[in-house]
Write a protein that binds this ligand. Structure first.
Ligand SMILES: [Zn+2]
Length: 103
């Protein structure tokens, strides 16, 4: 048996911490407020605070799923877009109609 070196043990615990963080990112149903804030920031930077529907710059926005989750859209950044409040309301209504049509 080889005794683990203290250095390696420390590294292992570091890796474990990183993995836990990553797992939280991919957890769909348990996105915390802080994680949501991080997502909003990330999408806002990517979409440059421009509504992806009416193409107007906006400071008040919602993060929308292009393909709704109930239609099999993924909960990842590729499926997320920045929408202004008005467009998000419209999109949500459309999604709701789709959902009612689906069910
Ligand atoms: Zn808009």
């Amino acid at each position: 048996m080889i005794k683990p070196m203290p250095k390696l043990t420390r590294l292992n615990s570091k890796v474990a911490t990183i993995n836990t963080d990553k797992a939280a990112t991919f957890s769909v149903n348990r996105i915390t407020g802080r994680e949501l804030g991080r997502i909003r920031k990330r999408i806002a930077v990517r979409d440059m605070c421009v509504c992806q529907r009416c193409h107007q710059p906006t400071s008040e926005f919602e993060i929308d799923h292009r393909i709704p989750l109930f239609m099999g859209g993924s909960d990842s950044d590729e499926n997320r877009q920045l929408l202004c409040i008005a467009c998000h309301k419209l999109k949500s209504l459309e999604d709701l109609k789709l959902q009612q049509g689906v069910q």
